[in-house]
Design a binder for this molecule. Structure first.
Ligand SMILES: Nc1ncnc2c1ncn2[C@@H]1O[C@H](COP(=O)(O)OP(=O)(O)OP(=O)(O)O)[C@@H](O)[C@H]1O
Length: 340
């Protein structure tokens, strides 16, 4: 990584910096045959936070919360309506091209690859577009091909790749120019368990080895649990929580579910504070506080019951956030305001 490229007006602790950032969209809505009403949608409503160099942070919230809008401002695609925003000391919307050499972006629902070209041709085009020195391009490509298992896929047109293969291809594309910051918008959406594990493993390694700063939006709490020590929750464009995932579970009093398969039907398992919420033959579902260790609970059950198999299900983000609001009485903020 090119540490010598770091701007002097940015320190390692405020590598990404948002200070009361706002984004307001003007929307025209048809209200009658010839009538249109102008409305303002306050997609991001005064958000402030900093991310240190090398941090991996989850950025989560319900649909329409303002996550993508924030990421688009952080890449320079959108200009904030108010507030101050810097990435590596750069104002993204003013110096979008300069910033592009320092950041990588992966949108899970869209691809940056050329649909009809073999994967390797997209990478060759990026090599030239970003003017990546040959040796560095080769080194980064080899590393991504190895760790993301892309070797067999390089000559396959992107349109023929599975979703998981395409996602790994997109992640490699975002990293060929050695970005210091990687924004990932739903990188595991629609992937099967094995593909998710590959993507997560790769991101962990990237962060550990290269110190790449990662900002991750996702609806999958396991992404956060396995990758991020810090999570920020936004809703209605406002920052509602910033801290550890375990703390979020406490605020939201959320529960995880342990699904156990026993050798035979038994009476409901007695393992407080976990409680049986459903029984179907030899399979039982136990809800337990998300902040508690699943390993300790499993060990207790395994010692007393004929356990054959088990899995742990995470609460979904919407449920955690809904409970969080129920506990604090917040979250009913108005995101939309009539402009005139
Ligand atoms: N270009 C736009 N014009 C008008 N409104 C917009 C525009 N882009 C986003 N919005 C609105 O801003 C709000 C925040 O949208 P955003 O896409 O940032 O949410 P999100 O948290 O990424 O949601 P999701 O999880 O569904 O992707 C929504 O109300 C959305 O309808």
């Amino acid at each position: 990584m090119d540490n010598d490229l770091v701007d002097s007006d940015c320190t390692d602790t405020d590598f990404i910096e948002l200070d009361h950032v706002e984004k307001v969209f003007d929307v025209r809505k048809k209200t009658g045959f010839l009538r249109r009403e102008r409305r303002q949608v306050r997609a991001v409503d005064g958000i402030s936070f900093t991310v240190a160099r090398g941090e991996m942070v989850g950025y989560i919230g319900p649909n329409g919360a303002g996550k993508s809008t924030t990421i688009k401002m952080l890449t320079g695609i959108l200009t904030p309506s108010g507030g101050r925003l810097r990435v590596a000391g750069i104002d993204p919307s003013r110096e979008r091209t300069r910033l592009a050499h320092r950041i990588g972006v992966v949108f899970g629902q869209r691809t940056t690859l050329w649909w009809d070209l073999p994967l390797i041709d997209s990478y060759k085009l990026m090599h030239r577009m970003y003017r990546i020195p040959d040796a560095r391009y080769r080194e980064n490509l080899d590393r991504c091909v190895e760790l993301l298992e892309l070797g067999e896929l390089l000559d396959v047109p992107v349109r023929q790749l599975s979703l998981g293969q395409r996602m790994r291809g997109d992640i490699a594309a975002a990293l060929l120019h050695d970005p210091e910051v990687l924004y990932l918008d739903e990188p595991t959406i629609g992937l099967d368990v094995i593909s998710k594990a590959k993507v997560r493993g790769f991101l962990r390694e990237l962060n550990a080895e290269r110190g790449t700063t990662v900002l991750l939006t996702t609806h999958d709490l396991q992404d956060i649990e396995q990758l991020c020590s810090r999570v920020m929750v936004i809703d209605h464009g406002r920052l509602m929580y910033d801290g550890a995932l375990a703390g979020l579970h406490e605020v939201g009093e959320s529960e995880r579910t342990l699904v156990v398969d026993l050798e035979r039907e038994t009476a409901p398992i007695d393992a407080a504070p976990a409680r049986v919420v459903k029984v179907e033959g030899p399979r039982q579902w136990l809800a337990f506080p998300a902040g508690e260790s699943a390993a300790a609970l499993v060990a207790r059950i395994a010692a007393e019951y004929p356990l054959v198999d088990l899995s742990v299900r995470e609460p979904d983000i919407e449920a955690v956030i809904a409970k969080m609001y129920a506990g604090t009485g917040t979250g009913s903020g108005q995101a939309e305001k009539a402009a005139s």
